[in-house]
Design a binder for this molecule. Structure first.
Ligand SMILES: C[S@@+](CC[C@H](N)C(=O)[O-])C[C@H]1O[C@@H](n2cnc3c(N)ncnc32)[C@H](O)[C@@H]1O
Length: 287
C-alpha cells in the first residue's frame, strides 16, 4: 500500500524543509507494505506512526531480543541527556541531528531550546515518512531556528551545504548520529563519513553517537538483527565496543567514554547497572 501525505510544508525564514525528492515539500509518497527503520523504532517507543508491517517485524525482533524496547527507550533518553550536556555544560548552541526519526517526546530542538531558546537545530533524515512529519520538528522557539533536510547521511557535501543556511560553521556544532550508523555498512566507510562531518566543524564542536552493540547479549541481538534484515530494504549491522570507539578517532571522549546507552551520565540509581542493554553510546569533543 502506498500512502500520500500532504503534511510536509515549509515554514518561515528559519523554519524550512529542503528535500531533493520533493522540492516543494508537498505530496510525499511512502510504501507502508515494507517495514521501515523510523516506523519500527516509533512502534518500540510507543508511537502511532507505524503500520502492520512495521509492527510485525518489531514484534519478531522483540521475541529474539526482549530488551529491545528498553534499549531504544534508553537511546531516546540518551538523546535528551546528551543535548542537555551540550547546552548546559559545553556551551553549544548549534545542532546537526542526522537520523532524526519521527517526532517523539523531547526532540533535539525542544531539549536544547528549553535550556537555551536561541539554539539552532538542523534535522536530516532520508525516510519519506519522517519528511512527511517534518512540520512537527519545525515549531521551535522564536529566538532560535529549526530546519529539516531530506538527505542521506552519505551525502555529507549536500548536507553541509544546505545546513549552512541555518548553522554558522565558524562556531561549534554538535553533530548527532543516534541510531543511524548501524544502517551504514562497513563498505560505505562510516568512519570516513564521520570524519568528513567533523572536518567541517571548528574545534570545540562535539560528536554524539549511538549504535547497536554486537558484543552485548550477543546471540539474542544477532537473532533480532537477522529477523529484521530478512524483511527490510536497508539491513542493519551490530558493532563491537572497539568498533564504536573507533568512530571517535581524533576526538577527545567525554567521560564516561563509550558505554551502554543507559550508563552515559545517568544518575547511578537510574542506570540499572545490573542490566545490560545492547546499544553503545558516547560523546567526543573536537580538540
Ligand atoms: C532508529 S531511528 C533514530 C532516531 C533518533 N536519532 C533517536 O535516537 O531517537 C534512525 C533514523 O535514521 C534514519 N536513517 C537511517 N539511515 C539513514 C541514512 N542513510 N541517511 C539519513 N537518515 C537515515 C531513519 O529513517 C530513522 O529515522
Amino acid at each position: 500500500m502506498r500512502k500520500h501525505c500532504p503534511g510536509a510544508g515549509t515554514g518561515g525564514k528559519a523554519h524550512q524543509v529542503t528535500s531533493g525528492r520533493e522540492p516543494s515539500g508537498q505530496g510525499v509518497v511512502f510504501d507502508t507494505s515494507r517495514p521501515h527503520m523510523a516506523r519500527v523504532y516509533d512502534f518500540w517507543l510507543g508511537g502511532k506512526d507505524n503500520y502492520a508491517a512495521d509492527r510485525a517485524v518489531a514484534e519478531q525482533v522483540a521475541a529474539a531480543y526482549p530488551d529491545v524496547r528498553a534499549a531504544v527507550r534508553a537511546q531516546r533518553e540518551f538523546l535528551a541527556r546528551a543535548v542537555h550536556f551540550f547546552v548546559t555544560e559545553a556551551g553549544i548552541r548549534q545542532f546537526l541531528d542526522i537520523g532524526t526519526g519521527l517526532p517523539s517526546a523531547n526532540n533535539t530542538h525542544q531539549v536544547a531550546q528549553r535550556a537555551a531558546p536561541q539554539s539552532r537545530v538542523v534535522y536530516v533524515d532520508n525516510d519519506p515518512i519522517v519528511l512527511a512529519h517534518a512540520r512537527a520538528l519545525l515549531a521551535g522557539s522564536p529566538e532560535g531556528a529549526t530546519a529539516y533536510i531530506d538527505a542521506d547521511l552519505r551525502a555529507t557535501g549536500a548536507i553541509l551545504e544546505r545546513a549552512a543556511d541555518v548553522l554558522d560553521f565558524g562556531q561549534p556544532v554538535a553533530v548527532m548520529l543516534l541510531g543511524i550508523l548501524q544502517g551504514i555498512p562497513d563498505q560505505d566507510e562510516p568512519g570516513a563519513i564521520i570524519a568528513r562531518l567533523m572536518d567541517a566543524v571548528p574545534p570545540g564542536s562535539y560528536l554524539a553517537l549511538s549504535q547497536i552493540a554486537g558484543d552485548v547479549a550477543t546471540e539474542e541481538v544477532a537473532g533480532g538483527v537477522q529477523r529484521y534484515n530478512e524483511q527490510v530494504a536497508i539491513p542493519v549491522a551490530a558493532r563491537t565496543h572497539a568498533e564504536v570507539t573507533q568512530f571517535f578517532a581524533g576526538l577527545d571522549l567525554v567521560e564516561p567514554g563509550v558505554v551502554q546507552v543507559h550508563r552515559w551520565r545517568q544518575a547511578t540509581e537510574n542506570a540499572d547497572r545490573g542490566r545490560d542493554l545492547a546499544i553503545y553510546a558516547g560523546v567526543g569533543r573536537k580538540p
